[in-house]
Design a protein around this ligand. Structure first.
Ligand code: SF4
Ligand code: SF4
Length: 631
């Protein structure tokens, strides 16, 4: 006798009462879903259109959708074990779409999958594999949420999550149990009804809970702005940023409703990790609460009851939150939008911020020094002036032109360029790129700086720029685009890595830890180049948080120029981690990181590792002594 594997049992006949009961419950369930979901959809669609949103080109959108939604790559990559469990739940939902349609069709007598037929037999087994994986995963996630309770999930236990987990488990368990009974048995009918009731209870709960992301997040990922931490342009003189509900765009509203409250953003946020008020998850949920309570037509301020101004101005724009978010929420544009609202309406009253704005209006540099100081440095360092014949314009930036440590980095990099025989020159007049004011929300000042610089570069016929500062690189390459076509720009780590074979290797057993600057790593995706350069001077070791997960130095988003931080200083937290590697040298590739760590290392009171830029590491191995008078 040949033993055939069991097939999925489905009741063959349903009474009129059962059919009517199913119809009534299904309509009630769909109504419960739509009543809330329709309201949310209405709020999203009634929000302002995003002025800079472009659907095309579609290629990247489709790829992101495939990779991040269908493959769940981001979910798994950042938290492998719980991520895989989430992914199995998602894949099971996809596999169950056909099973569920057929399940509901059976009661109406129009079931289209014959359990004994070859396709259905195969498909039901295929779905059973996912059902098993999903049941195990949901159990694991339940244990994690209710017993292990990682602190980033929040202090409050979400009983909604418990109910949803139970319903998903029941759905999977009843499906699997249907293989163990026969069509005609009472067991098959009981299982069918339990499965159906779980399904019809689950549906209306979706839009009432954070499980709304099941419906919205595929759209959120597909419709994201497409550029990392991309700040959208304002739509005209009347656009002051995110001031009130009327300023919330459809993208922001969609994102606010997509948050799954996983806390990944908060787990990686330097502000939240050092005892500050800012919690990126709560910022997103604050926008959602505003929409729920007041809607997108409200003129009530966004900052105040629902989000705190203090928290918003604690953001370093490091992008860790955005990088981590599994559902495509773009925190930085929201945070900068809220800052814009506060600055442009005069609501932000900060002594240090006002001083910075004044310094940039008067002297065009963030350090508030006279431009004559930059001229003196150029003369002392014997830096050539760009005259249109050289290959590169060496962009000094505020730190390279005015900060003593930044000047040392420029001088070291100039020595290396001299050694390589690269022709370069610096602009006689250069203004701040506008990075700090752009990210603090002062668009008017940013525009003035960007336009003046673009004009100077065009007049000087600059084709290529190289800079020691990742903030300058990002601002020139991306943010200036709003006002013109900037020349090509690269960071000095990219330049140096290209010539690494021609640079002397002088590793003498010294260990070096490289700190990934946020604006070079997450913003520019440059990780290997600075390491290749640093490796010329020693053996690399890695900090606990490195590359994409690198921890901020605390300077970004204009915070280098604001006052004392509350809680632990971000730079101290990171410096301790770098010291803990035991490396003799800390290598940086950003003058802002350099200045933050200089103070943080000094504050340790212990013998700290040496702190240098990668250009200084290379210059230290050059055969001839510098002639530019700075060392
Ligand atoms: S950008 Fe960085 S500092 Fe700002 S909220 Fe996100 S993780 Fe926190
Ligand atoms: S914003 Fe994104 S990362 Fe943060 S809690 Fe929500 S879903 Fe998670």
């Amino acid at each position: 006798m040949i033993l055939l594997p069991p097939i999925l049992a489905e009741p063959q006949h349903f009474s009129l009462f059962e059919k009517l009961l199913f119809a009534v419950l299904a309509i009630a369930s769909a109504y419960g879903f739509w009543r809330r979901f329709g309201d949310i959809l209405h709020k999203i669609l009634r929000s302002k259109r995003d002025p800079s949103f472009r659907l095309l080109p579609l290629g990247k959108r489709l790829w992101d959708f495939f990779w991040e939604v269908l493959c769940q790559a981001k979910v798994v990559r950042e938290r492998p074990l719980p991520g895989l469990a989430h992914a199995f739940v998602f894949w099971a939902f996809c596999a169950f779409a056909l099973v569920t349609l057929n399940h509901c069709a059976v009661v109406l007598g129009i079931g289209f999958l014959d359990p004994a037929g070859p396709f259905a037999r195969f498909y039901f087994y295929f779905a059973a594999v996912f059902a098993l994986a999903c049941a195990a995963s949901i159990l694991g996630l339940f244990v994690r949420r209710f017993f292990i309770r990682p602190r980033w999930l929040g202090d409050k236990l979400s009983y909604q999550s418990g109910v949803i987990a139970l319903l998903i488990f029941v759905l999977m368990a009843t499906y699997l149990a249907s293989f163990l009974v026969t069509d005609a048995s009472l067991g098959s009918r009981i299982l069918w009804w339990i499965h159906t009731l779980a399904l019809l209870t689950f549906l209306p709960l979706i839009p009432h809970t954070k499980h709304l992301h099941l419906v919205l997040s595929p759209a959120t990922v597909f419709l994201s702005r497409g550029g990392f931490s991309q700040i959208p342009s304002l739509s005209g003189d009347e656009d002051f940023g995110l001031v009130a509900g009327t300023d919330l765009t459809q993208l922001v509203s969609l994102q606010a409703y997509s948050c799954v409250e996983c806390g990944r953003c908060t787990e990686h946020c330097p502000a939240a990790n050092t005892g500050k008020l800012l919690n990126p998850k709560e910022v997103v949920l604050g926008v959602r609460a505003y929409l729920n309570d007041l809607g997108p037509s409200s003129t009530e301020p966004l900052l105040g009851l629902y989000n705190s101004q203090e928290a918003v101005f604690q953001c370093t724009t490091c992008g860790a939150c955005e990088f981590q978010c599994p559902v495509g929420i773009e925190h930085v544009p929201i945070l900068v939008g809220l800052r814009r609202g506060a600055v442009n309406t005069g609501e932000w009253d900060d002594r240090h911020g006002a001083k910075l704005f004044l310094a940039l209006e008067r002297g065009s540099n963030a350090l508030g020094l006279s431009p004559a100081e930059r001229d003196k440095f150029i003369d002392k360092a014997a830096l050539p002036i760009f005259d249109g014949t050289q290959e590169y314009c060496l962009w000094l930036g505020c730190m390279g032109g005015y900060d003593p440590k930044g000047r040392e980095i420029v001088a070291a990099f100039a020595r290396v360029m001299n050694y390589l025989g690269t022709s370069y020159g610096v602009l006689r007049k250069e203004k701040c790129t506008g990075d700090p004011v752009r990210r603090l929300g002062n668009d008017l000042l940013f525009q003035q700086l960007a336009e003046a610089n673009l004009e100077a570069l065009a007049q000087n016929k600059v084709k290529k720029i190289v800079s020691i500062c990742p903030h300058c690189v990002r601002t020139i390459q991306e943010d200036w685009k709003e006002y013109g076509k900037p020349p090509k720009i690269e960071h000095h780590s990219e330049f140096l890595a290209r010539y690494a074979d021609r640079l002397p290797k002088h590793a003498d057993g010294e260990s070096i830890v490289f700190h990934d600057p946020c604006y070079l790593g997450r913003y520019r995706n440059v990780y290997d180049e600075p390491r290749r350069v640093a490796a010329l001077a020693g053996n690399l070791v890695e900090a606990a948080r490195n590359r994409e997960r690198s921890f901020c130095c605390g300077a970004g988003g204009g915070l280098a120029f604001l006052g004392e931080e509350t809680g632990e200083r971000v730079s101290h937290n990171r410096a301790q981690e770098l010291i803990a590697t035991g490396a003799q040298t800390i290598a940086a590739a950003c003058p802002f990181c350099n200045t933050m760590f200089r103070d943080a290392l000094a504050a340790t009171g212990k013998r700290a590792p040496e702190l240098v830029d990668i250009a200084q590491l290379v210059a230290g191995g050059l055969p001839a002594k510098s002639t530019n008078g700075i060392e």
